[in-house]
Design a protein around this ligand. Structure first.
Ligand code: EPZ
Length: 434
């Protein structure tokens, strides 16, 4: 298990290119199974989650080939309807195989995804969607078994306790694309990743209207064909680099991004005194306003609300923005595993129910910290970039799930960060428990 050693205090200055979106690529790999023909995905980021998904799809019987660092070929001519537990348990997103397998093969068996540190990960909305398309769903022995031999269009409502479900919507759209008749989806998620999925399905011959809204209408077709699709840039990675510019008082040009996907994040950047300016269609210049950082308030919500996947990174920024900031989690109320680690760096944060109340302004001090999940690892690295002295972030495998070459890109911006094997940890840091 690798660690990052960060020596904080450098301003990050320079240009970085956004990678393709992880949360778009994963459902797109699943969507390629809807056709018997070959599809090509381009601008796919190099991440461990992508490798997991490729391994699972290969295990289903598809030919999966990495053509170059960011392109993949999937030929799903002959696939089976069941995925192996030992692979699926590693990645929650494999749940978005349910819809394509059920629609293409008339049945599917996927192990129920395990829990994870950011909170409960139910699939009731996924099941509600498939049952709404006349599938029979049974949960037995931890396996979700679907009989979709008679998939028919229906009227679905996908609003849950915490709003819409992104992969729940993806499963509903993919299954409805091959169901006989018309399906309406009310309370659909409208994240840019859902729009990207719909764009790929249109290329495959699907009939979808209302794309980008909370109300979709899908007319099922008999079969879909393969296609070539270029994945959208990763808006969470883009925003993470924007926060890196803010937390180090630097100036970063983010190339190849899509600023229109930043939603409420762009407004919060303005509130906290970080300027975003479009330098060209897909380039964004980020720097702190001359007046410096301000405290801010954030409530995480489904898109176009503030993304829960940026809450941890913004909590790190709040630690150094002078004043009282409040970050409230409405999507995953217990997504605060990064807070105890930030406290080790001298942060002043108190957890009040679903909110983190941060008294910012003091300089953080470097410390050995433990990453607990993907976005928490990014938050701890951002904190280390701003802290004085050295910060050692352990269990970097969490970061590798969702950030492509993060250390390399940060070094190119002037950060003093290196990836080291775990045994490089100074002995006094060796954890007592593994
Ligand atoms: C997607 O997960 C993202 N992952 C997550 O990103 C992201 O945090 C999440 O959407 C919310 O934006 C991918 O796209 C691969 P949800 P997903 O179903 O689809 C509740 C990252 O860091 N819910 O939209 O699994 C659920 O408990 C990852 O990149 C139900 O109640 O999330 C949560 O509170 C982490 N019933 C809320 O909805 C369900 O059937 C949103 O979940 C499904 C979800």
């Amino acid at each position: 298990m690798d660690v990052f050693r960060i020596s904080g205090g450098n301003q990050l200055i320079g240009a970085v290119t956004a990678s393709g979106s992880k949360n778009s690529s994963l459902p797109l790999f699943a969507a390629s199974l809807l056709s018997e023909e070959e599809s090509i995905l381009e601008n796919v980021p190099e991440l461990s989650d992508i490798k997991f998904m490729a391994e699972i799809i290969r295990d289903l019987g598809a030919e999966v080939e990495k053509l170059n660092s960011h392109s993949w070929r999937v030929n799903p001519k002959a696939i089976v309807h069941y995925a192996p537990y030992e692979l699926v348990r590693k990645m929650r997103a494999s749940i978005c195989l349910l819809g394509p397998l059920a629609a293409r093969l008339g049945r599917a068996e996927i192990p129920m995804p395990g829990g994870c540190v950011i909170g409960n990960r139910p699939i009731d909305l996924h099941i509600r969607a498939l049952e709404g398309l006349s599938a029979q769903v049974e949960l037995k022995g931890g396996i979700v078994r679907i009989d979709a031999s008679n998939l028919r269009g229906g009227s679905l409502f996908l609003g849950g306790r915490h709003g819409s479900s992104v992969t729940g919507t993806a499963n509903a759209i993919m299954a409805a694309s091959l169901a006989s008749g018309i399906t309406t989806i009310e309370g659909s998620a409208c994240e840019p990743e859902i729009v990207d999925l719909c764009e790929m399905l249109l290329k495959m011959g699907a009939q979808i209207t209302g794309i980008g809204s909370h109300l979709l209408s899908i007319e099922g077709v008999d079969r879909l064909h393969g296609c070539r699709h270029h994945v959208i840039p990763d808006r969470i990675e883009t925003a993470t680099y924007a926060i890196a510019a803010g937390i180090t008082n630097g100036e970063i040009l983010i190339k190849g991004c899509q600023s229109e996907h930043l939603g409420a994040f762009a407004n919060v950047m303005q509130e906290c005194g970080i300027e975003l300016s479009n330098q060209a269609k897909s380039n964004l210049l980020i720097k702190v306003s001359p007046k410096g950082l301000n405290p801010f308030k954030v409530i995480t919500l489904p898109y176009p609300g503030f993304p829960t996947d940026l809450q941890a990174q913004m909590t790190a920024l709040a630690c150094i923005a002078p004043g009282l900031s409040i970050l409230t989690e409405r999507v995953y109320p217990s997504r605060f595993m990064h807070v105890p680690e930030l406290l080790r760096m001298g942060a002043e944060i108190s957890l009040e129910g679903p909110s983190a109340v941060v008294q910012g302004g003091k300089r953080l001090t470097g410390a050995p910290v433990m990453a607990s999940d993907l976005r928490a690892s990014a938050a701890l690295i951002l904190a280390g970039l701003a802290a004085k002295d050295e910060t050692w972030v352990q269990r970097i495998y969490h970061l590798d799930r969702g950030y492509d070459k993060f250390d390399k890109k940060l070094r190119a911006l002037g950060a003093e960060v290196e990836r080291l094997p775990e045994n490089a940890l100074p002995k006094s840091f060796t954890p007592f428990f593994e």
